[in-house]
Design a protein around this ligand. Structure first.
Ligand code: OGA
Ligand code: MN
Length: 294
């Protein structure tokens, strides 16, 4: 069966058929998925009932793994292999996390628009999120197209932002929600990473806005002015015309290109319903800035 992709949003997002994620892919299939990612930036695969091992094997088709990409605040005992980001509301015994659980509180950062691992010097390429158990209502994942967001800026703004560099850290995104308690050990891993605000896709050459809730500074700018501007750009970039909302079905696998999109999760009743999503992540080609300005 050949790979087919049906666009499901006016500007991006494709639904893929003709791929069984459990089976080894041919080079042609990998190429078709990558071409689809370059074009649609988000791809949805339905009815993929996969194991963790199958997810890892599939992920490795798309570059080196970014391990623990989102698990700086670690619970001592991980439920999943450390190659996974555990995007669930479950502890290692598969019990729902209580309201005041530190991992639960930290994961609320996913409710803010972001790009995965933008706080790492080499940020993420693809994120692959597998829906194992999904809640009956709420918990949609929303995606915004940062290429469309860039294209829609006026000429003066494009010129102004062309060479801006932003500081990204988990500290900044968590602080927006009032989360400020870290161990010294954790803080050592949270040094800001510097990233260009405008980046160019290595294959298509399209420019996009590299925005993320992890941004806390713009190099050379007073911080309040930087934060106000980033807030304006984020509002522009996440206007409804640029956003797709994914309602999860069990067995969905969603892949997004962190170089071209932002995403966030919407609220759901996580104290009464299980939501077990598991993410693997691959690394992008390199830093977006060549010299890491401090
Ligand atoms: C992620 C993430 C959103 C969600 O896995 O990177 O932000 O819907 N998850 O849980
Ligand atoms: Mn994320």
């Amino acid at each position: 069966m050949s790979v087919e992709i049906r666009q499901v949003h006016p500007i991006f997002v494709g639904e893929v058929s003709g791929i069984d994620v459990r089976k080894p892919l041919s080079p042609q299939e990998v190429a078709a998925i990558e071409a689809g990612m370059d074009r649609y930036a988000v791809l949805i695969f339905h009815d993929q009932d996969i194991t963790d091992e199958q997810q890892l094997t599939f992920t490795k088709n798309f570059g080196p793994l970014q391990d623990g990409a989102n698990t700086t605040v670690r619970s001592k005992e991980l439920r999943l292999d450390p190659a996974f980001a555990d995007v669930s509301n479950l502890d290692k015994d598969n019990r729902m996390l209580p309201r005041d659980d530190r991992r639960r509180i930290s994961s609320l950062g996913n409710r803010l628009w972001h790009s995965d691992a933008s706080f790492r010097p080499v940020p993420a390429r693809y994120s692959l999120l597998s829906g194992r158990v999904v809640p009956p209502t709420g918990g949609n994942t929303e995606f915004a197209d940062m290429r469309a967001a860039y294209d829609a800026l006026d000429k003066a703004t494009k010129a102004e932002i062309e060479d801006l560099v932003c500081g990204h850290s988990l500290i900044y995104s968590r602080a927006q929600l009032g989360f400020t308690e870290y161990t010294t050990e954790e803080l050592a891993t949270m040094e800001p990473a510097m990233q260009r605000l405008v980046r160019r896709h290595p294959v298509t050459g399209r420019k996009s806005l590299f925005l993320s809730a992890h941004i806390g500074t713009i190099a050379g700018w007073p911080q309040p002015e930087a934060l106000a501007f980033i807030r304006d750009l984020t509002e522009h970039a996440t206007q409804p015309a640029f956003v797709y909302s994914h309602k999860w079905r069990a067995g969905d696998l969603v892949i997004w290109d962190n170089r071209q999109t932002m995403h966030r999760v919407r609220r759901f009743d996580d104290l009464s319903h299980v939501r077990d999503l598991r993410r693997t992540t691959t690394m992008s080609e390199g830093p977006t800035v060549t010299a890491q300005a401090a």
